[in-house]
Design a binder for this molecule. Structure first.
Ligand SMILES: [Zn+2]
Length: 395
C-alpha cells in the first residue's frame, strides 16, 4: 500500500492546474480593466506563462510514464519461464499472452521468487476470473514477506492472469470479436493455439510458456463472483492425497471434496499428476484484509508442509467443515432478495433461506433449504433475476 501512495505522490501532473489558473487570470485581466495595458501585459504574461508551463510540464512529462502504472510495461519480458537459469531472489517479469484487435500487447505479470536452496516448485495463480482480486493481494503480501535466502525451491506467481477481464471489471475474458465476446477462462484450459479463438489462444500461450513448467504444487486463487460471497474455502479432489493435504494446510472455513470441472486450472494440473487446489478467498472487487491475511497464513502453512520454508505447521483454529455435495438455491422470479441466513450458518432442511419481494414490496416467493448443511455462499446483490443464485448449501 505504501508503494501505491508513493506512485501517486510522484505524479507531477497535478501541477497542470497551477498553469491553468495563471492562464485563466491572464484571460480575466484581458477582459476587465487592464485593457489599457493589454499590449504590454500580453507580451509579459505570455512570456511568464510559457516559462512556467515549460518549467512545470517538462518534469511532469518525464514522470508521466511512472504515473500510469507502467511498471508492468517496463518489466523484463520473458518468452518462456526458465527459472533454473534465474538468480536467487525476487524477479518481476511480464509475459505477452496475446494482443488486442489494435495490436496492443496484453502483458501478464509474473513473479518468480527463487529460493537459495533446492526444493519444490509452487505455482500460484490469481484472477483467472477478472473480478476476483483478493488472491492478488495475498500473492503480493506473501512475496513481500519472503526471505528467498531461507526458501527451498521456488514460487512462480501470476497475480492477474485474466488481464482483459480485469480491465473490463469482468469475470470473463472480454474480446472484441463479433461485437464483443465473453469467455470463462477457467473452463477452457489448456486452451488451443491452432484454430482457437482469442481466449483459447491466450490460455494456450500461458499454458505452453509459463503454466506447464514442471511444478510440484499449484494453488489457483479465486473469490466468488460479483454479487455473491464465499468464506475462506477450498475445492479439492481428495482422490489425490497431496491435494487433500493442501486443502487442510490452507486452513479454510470449508472444504468441498469434488472432482472439479473440466477445463479449470485445478483439473488441468491434476490430470497431469500435479497436486492442485482452487482456493476461494471471500468476495469480488474489494479487499477483505482479514481473509487476505488468513490466505497468506494458509499459503505459508502449505509451504511449511512442503518444506519450502522453516516453521511449525499449524492446524485450523476450528476444524474446517468438509462436504462433497453443494446445492444452489436459485430464484425462479426476478425481484429483491431478503436472505434469512448468513455465510457459514448451519441450516436444516426446509429452513427458510430467502424471501423475494416484487417492485411494490409484496412477497412473491419463499425459498427453503433442500437439505441440511452449511451456508457456503450467499447473494450480496439483493436484485436478482430468474435463475440467479440466492444461497449455496454444502453438505
Ligand atoms: Zn473464480
Amino acid at each position: 500500500m505504501a508503494d501505491v501512495q508513493h506512485h501517486f505522490s510522484s505524479n507531477h501532473c497535478n501541477l497542470v492546474p497551477v498553469v491553468s489558473i495563471i492562464w485563466s487570470l491572464y484571460l480575466l485581466a484581458l477582459e476587465r480593466k487592464w485593457h489599457v495595458f493589454m499590449h504590454f501585459l500580453k507580451l509579459s504574461w505570455i512570456r511568464i506563462a510559457v516559462l512556467i508551463s515549460a518549467g512545470l510540464l517538462l518534469p511532469a512529462m518525464q514522470n508521466a510514464h511512472a504515473s500510469f502504472g507502467a511498471s508492468l510495461g517496463d518489466a523484463i519480458e520473458i518468452e518462456m519461464l526458465n527459472a533454473a537459469q534465474m538468480d536467487v531472489g525476487i524477479h518481476r517479469l511480464k509475459f505477452r499472452a496475446g494482443s488486442t484487435n489494435t495490436g496492443q500487447p496484453i502483458w501478464v505479470p509474473i513473479i518468480v521468487a527463487k529460493g537459495a536452496k533446492p526444493g519444490p516448485k509452487l505455482l500460484l495463480t490469481a484472477a483467472v476470473h477478472g473480478d476476483e482480486l483478493n488472491g492478488i493481494a495475498a500473492i503480493h503480501s506473501l512475496i513481500d514477506g519472503l526471505d528467498t535466502q531461507a526458501v527451498s525451491g521456488l514460487i512462480v506467481a501470476v497475480p492477474g492472469l485474466n488481464q482483459p477481464g480485469m480491465i473490463a471489471n469482468s469475470r470473463h475474458f472480454v474480446g472484441s470479436d463479433g461485437g464483443g465476446s465473453k469467455t470463462d477462462l477457467n473452463r477452457i484450459f489448456p486452451g488451443r493455439l491452432d484454430g482457437g479463438d482469442v481466449a483459447e489462444r491466450y490460455v494456450a500461450r500461458l499454458w505452453a510458456s509459463i503454466l506447464s513448467a514442471d511444478f510440484d504444487l499449484a494453488v489457483d486463487l479465486h473469490t466468488q463472483t460479483i454479487g455473491t460471497l464465499y468464506p475462506l474455502f477450498v475445492f479439492s479432489d481428495f482422490r489425490n492425497d497431496i491435494s487433500r493435504q493442501m486443502a487442510f494446510d490452507l486452513m479454510p472455513d470449508m472444504i468441498k471434496n469434488d472432482a472439479g470441472q473440466k477445463g479449470t486450472l485445478e483439473t488441468s494440473f491434476l490430470s497431469r499428476g500435479i497436486p492442485a487446489v482452487t482456493f476461494e478467498v471471500g468476495g469480488p472487487k474489494k479487499w477483505q484484509p482479514d481473509l487476505i491475511a488468513r490466505a497468506v497464513s494458509g499459503l505459508r502453512n502449505l509451504m511449511i508442509g512442503a518444506e519450502m520454508i522453516e516453521g511449525v505447521k499449524m492446524e485450523s483454529a476450528t476444524e474446517p467443515f468438509v462436504g462433497s455435495v453443494s446445492t444452489n438455491v436459485y430464484t425462479e422470479v426476478g425481484g429483491f432478495a431478503y436472505l434469512k441466513v448468513g455465510l457459514k450458518e448451519h441450516v436444516r432442511q426446509n429452513q427458510v433461506l430467502a424471501v423475494m419481494l416484487d417492485a411494490y414490496g409484496q412477497e412473491i416467493a419463499t425459498y427453503v433449504a433442500p437439505h441440511d448443511g452449511i451456508v457456503l455462499s450467499v447473494a450480496t446483490d439483493p436484485l436478482r433475476e430468474p435463475g440467479a443464485m440466492l444461497v449455496r448449501i454444502l453438505r
